[in-house]
Every structure is written in structure tokens, then in C-alpha cells.
Design a protein around this ligand. Structure first.
Ligand code: AKB
Length: 312
């Protein structure tokens, strides 16, 4: 049995569905503090800080693998730094400790480009580099990566991780991140033909289409253990673009679309991250290869969301 934490979130929603398609509807237990809008299988309400309930669920459902997605993201994390640290760090520590005690087969831990900071090389950020994150989210994820490696080295736990860039999806909405504009822009383009962006026009960030990030996650988790040479977290890349470039890509299909800019507190967070990522290790070690670039992603997002809003 696979247990997913944070299963109602942006990635969790789509990953849970993909895991059910691959491993069987009844072999994936979704958990989250929020109930799903459209429950589609096994679900248990779980506050990730409730270690006792987590333990009971692992026993009750005979869980062998955990995808631990529950976390507070970069922008919303700044509103309450102590709470963010508590949820992100203690949530992970209870998963790792439970995995060790119960002899779980595998754990997946999502890290992020938010582990990088102002002193990290900005272009083609190397796998092994300076990490000086400036958000609590980034600090907790950087520390989390080290805890994962520690549990692997010390206890032999098979824990695997990737550093996700901003993820763009039509199926689910992101919440509380700095890269969220790259999803919202599509909804606003279709509904209102215009968008006001909370980042500056030339803020370049690494991004990825949801299909690629799900495939990366499944491929990483399927790879033979000896291929996984990095036990902190793998750099993972697909595309990098600015809000202006994304708007230009949308305009190719919607010539009347307009964008303006009203940068807010999220601009400083974005400016502290890097622009593009060197993910050669993921490509070499377990064969990672992205499929979607900016224009392919834009076309897919517009097509899917037009269907959703009946604007076909
Ligand atoms: C965020 O913006 O906080 C996330 C991330 C890049 O980890 N999408």
C-alpha cells in the first residue's frame, strides 16, 4: 500500500491519480488535512503533526511506501515562520522515523529550487553547490534533504528526492507559492483575457509542466536502488522563462491577451532563486528526460482549460 501525504495539494492531486492508475485504485491511500473536492478512492484526514494517527494509518493499511508531499510553500510560509518550520521539518522527521521503525520500502520527499539562494550560481545551477535559502520553506527543504541523506546513510532507508521547479498544471491549483503566477495567468487569460502579474516582467525562473514532474517522480521511484547515487535531492529541469516570455507564448494563441505587472513581496523571493538548473545527474543516473518546453506547455494548458471552462 502507498500512502500519500498532502494528497489534496497541487502535485498530490495529480500524483495520487497517477499512482492509482499505475498501482491500482485500492493500493493508494490519500491523506491530507483538507478533504478532496471530488474523493476518488481511499482517503483519511491527517494533520501531518499527528504522529500517532500517522503511525496507526501505516499499521492499519499495511503501508510500504510513502510519498510525503505535505508542506507549506515559499510565499505563504513567510506569514508564520515557526509554524512553517514545524510542519515542514517535524512532518518530515516523523515520516523518516516511522519509515525506519516500520521498515518501509521507500519514501519520496519533494525538494525544490527554493533551497537555492542569492549566493548560488544563477545560471545552470549545479547539482552540488552553495545553498543559502532565504525563505523558511527553502531552509526547511534544504535541511530536509540532509535528513533524507542521513537516514539513508545511517539506517539504509531508501529515500529518494527531486528538487521540483515551479509546476504548471490545469488539473489542480497551486497554493502559497512564488511560481503560482504561471498557473493563474492561464485561468485569467481564458476567463478575462488579461492578467496582472505579481512578479516583474523579466524574472526568469525554472518551471516544469505537471506531466513531466509526475513522470519524473514515478521514474525516480521505479529506478533500481543502485542507480540512485544522490540521496539529498536531484536537480530537475525542463524549461525556464520570464512572465513576459510566458505572456508572449499565450499571445500566439490569444492575440488580444494583455499582461501588466504589480510586483509584491513575492518578487524578492523569486529574485533570490536561480534562473536555470543543471540536471545532468538525474539524466545520467536514472534517465530523466523532459518532454514539455514553453510552447508545448502553453498549448496544452490553453487546450485543457478551455475545455474546463467550456470555451472551446
Ligand atoms: C513555490 O513557489 O514555493 C513552489 C516551489 C518552487 O517550490 N512552487
Amino acid at each position: 500500500m502507498i500512502l500519500v501525504t498532502g494528497a489534496t495539494g497541487q502535485i498530490g492531486t495529480v500524483l495520487t491519480e497517477a499512482l492509482r492508475a499505475e498501482y491500482g485504485q485500492d493500493n493508494v491511500l490519500a491523506t491530507d488535512i483538507r478533504k478532496p473536492e471530488h474523493p476518488a478512492g481511499l482517503f483519511e484526514t491527517l494533520d501531518i503533526l499527528n504522529t500517532q494517527l500517522l503511525k496507526e494509518l501505516v499499521e492499519k493499511y499495511k503501508v510500504t511506501t510513502i510519498y510525503h508531499l505535505a508542506a507549506i510553500l515559499s510565499a505563504s510560509g513567510e506569514a508564520n515562520p515557526q509554524r512553517t518550520w514545524n510542519i515542514n521539518m517535524n512532518g518530515l522527521l516523523s515520516i523518516l522515523e516511522l519509515a525506519r521503525e516500520s521498515g518501509l520500502q521507500k519514501v519520496f520527499y519533494p525538494s525544490t529550487i527554493a533551497v537555492f539562494g542569492k549566493t548560488t550560481p544563477r545560471i545552470n545551477t549545479p547539482q552540488h553547490t552553495v545553498m543559502t535559502p532565504s525563505t523558511v520553506y527553502g531552509i526547511s527543504k534544504a535541511a530536509g534533504e540532509l535528513w533524507c541523506e542521513y537516514y539513508h546513510n545511517r539506517f539504509g532507508l531508501d529515500v529518494r528526492s527531486v528538487r521540483y521547479p515551479g509546476i504548471i498544471s490545469y488539473q489542480s491549483m497551486p497554493g502559497g507559492g512564488t511560481t503560482d503566477y504561471a498557473v493563474d495567468i492561464f485561468h485569467q487569460a481564458i476567463l478575462h483575457g488579461k492578467y496582472t502579474c505579481f512578479l516583474e516582467a523579466d524574472t526568469r525562473l525554472p518551471m516544469m509542466y505537471m506531466d513531466d514532474s509526475i513522470r519524473a517522480t514515478l521514474e525516480l521511484m521505479r529506478a533500481p536502488s543502485e542507480e540512485i547515487k544522490i540521496r539529498t535531492s536531484y536537480n530537475l529541469a525542463a524549461m525556464s522563462f520570464t512572465p513576459a516570455e510566458l505572456a508572449a507564448s499565450i499571445k500566439k494563441h490569444m492575440p488580444d491577451f494583455t499582461i501588466d505587472y504589480a510586483p509584491d513581496h513575492r518578487q524578492a523571493i523569486a529574485a533570490s532563486w536561480t534562473e536555470s538548473i543543471d540536471d545532468q545527474d538525474a539524466r545520467n543516473d536514472w534517465g530523466w528526460k523532459h518532454e514539455y518546453d514553453l510552447d508545448a506547455m502553453t498549448l496544452e494548458m490553453l487546450t485543457q482549460l478551455k475545455k474546463k471552462y467550456n470555451h472551446v
